[in-house]
Ligand binder design. Structure first.
Ligand code: MN
Length: 256
């Protein structure tokens, strides 16, 4: 374990819940870097909850084992409660979220609880990285490429300056570790297909609608997180919490 990272306090969370295999993989990655690793994760799955915060009811924190806690809330709740309560003795140096069971590419970022946990870290002034694993053609997940490549990727990211309120979104292609072609720093893409809504009838004949995630990862735009997956690359996309669209400021400036 290199000296530079050994004493980092690392907080881990996710949106797939405490029992998800992806968070075990991320814990192994964090432990390759540091001795001071904490896990605070949602009790049950919270995928696509985005950056929601629980305000209208109390939250219960349950200790699962030393340094491992669950919160009956969202990923955002977990990071906030960890930093302000569970490990308030010392602020984490790094928040790692994931590894999500499925991609967080393009517009996924706006729905993702995995990315939101990292957003909360960034809001609290902590370097934060969201990790997601793309499923293979049969829907299977293999975290071995992530486990092999993530420790060095994190070490490298920690060597550069991070601007205020930025976070990193990292996706791993569905490839064996040795088949990964490299790491690409790229922008957030946009899928050509939208999210589908399926209409049907329940067993008693009442109509329902069901939002599905039958998105294809096709995108014509190069140099995006989506195109990186097609090319067998790990994508690293820096995200910013200031959502202001600067060019529109100029367009609207003369209006009022
Ligand atoms: Mn998820």
């Amino acid at each position: 374990m290199p000296k530079a990272t050994r004493d980092l306090r690392i907080l881990i969370s996710n949106d797939d819940g405490y029992g998800a295999p992806g968070i075990r993989a991320l814990e192994r990655i964090a432990k390759a870097l540091s001795k001071d690793v904490w896990v605070v994760a949602p009790e049950v799955e919270q995928s696509a909850t985005s950056h929601s915060l629980t305000l209208r009811r109390p939250l219960r924190v349950r200790k699962q084992k030393p340094r491992h806690f669950t919160v009956d809330g969202t990923p955002t709740d977990c990071v906030l409660v960890a930093v302000q309560s569970i490990i308030r003795d010392r602020k984490p140096d790094l928040v790692l979220s994931g590894i999500n069971m499925g991609s967080n590419l393009g517009e996924d970022v706006t729905y993702s609880g995995t990315v939101a946990a990292a957003m909360e870290g960034a809001l609290l002034g902590i370097k934060a990285i969201a990790f997601s694993q793309v499923r293979d053609a049969d829907g299977r997940l293999d975290f071995s490429a992530a486990e092999h490549h993530a420790p060095n990727l994190i070490r490298k990211l920690l060597t550069v300056k991070w601007r205020r309120e930025t976070l990193m979104n990292v996706n791993f292609p569905a490839l064996r570790p040795e088949a990964v072609k490299g790491i690409q720093v790229c922008r957030q893409g946009r899928r050509e297909a939208g999210t589908s809504v399926q209409e049907g009838r329940d067993p008693s004949g009442r109509p329902y609608v069901w939002i599905g995630q039958f998105l294809s990862d096709d995108s014509a735009e190069p140099d995006t997180d989506l195109s990186a997956m097609t090319e067998g690359l790990i994508s690293v996309t820096p995200l910013h919490l200031d959502l202001t669209h600067a060019p529109s400021l100029k367009d609207l400036g003369a209006l009022f």
